[in-house]
Ligand binder design. Structure first.
Ligand code: HEC
Length: 105
């Protein structure tokens, strides 16, 4: 009887696609930062100028934003929502977000 496993081909295609996506992820980080930051502006307001319950991020130093985000991510800073949100990003992405948000006019 011939061994037949059609799923294997599909698996290979998926893995090769995944590696393409991963290799592009690092390159396009700079391009994706403004898009990632829209997540943050839903609560923190456009350009980080808060209109609601979330604190304003506008004009905060990049170093402070980065430090705070890394602390939320490591559960070293208490919060309602930020510990969860920060875990959805890599430290590199949080760093890029901090730099991006801090330089907004
Ligand atoms: C669902 C609403 C929401 C979203 C989305 C959100 N935040 Fe927050 N953020 C908060 C709240 C509320 C706090 C206050 C701490 C807490 O309760 O978690 C906060 C606190 C912070 C602080 C600390 C500010 C300070 O002065 O101490 C930073 C920095 C921050 N957020 C950055 C971000 C970034 C960057 C993103 C996007 C990746 C983001 N937040 C997405 C609601 C949000």
């Amino acid at each position: 009887m011939r061994f037949h496993f059609p799923g294997f081909g599909i698996l290979c295609v998926c893995f090769s696609l995944l590696s393409i996506v991963e290799s592009q992820a690092e390159d396009s980080l700079a391009l994706n930062v403004p898009i990632m930051a829209y997540n943050c502006f839903t609560c923190h307001g456009d350009r980080g100028i808060s209109q609601g319950a979330a604190p304003s991020l506008h004009k905060l130093p990049a170093k402070y934003i980065r430090q705070t985000l890394l602390e939320y991510r490591a559960d070293r800073r208490p919060g309602t929502i930020m510990p969860r949100i920060s875990k959805g990003f890599s430290p590199q992405e949080l760093n890029a977000l901090a730099n991006y948000i801090a330089q907004l006019p």
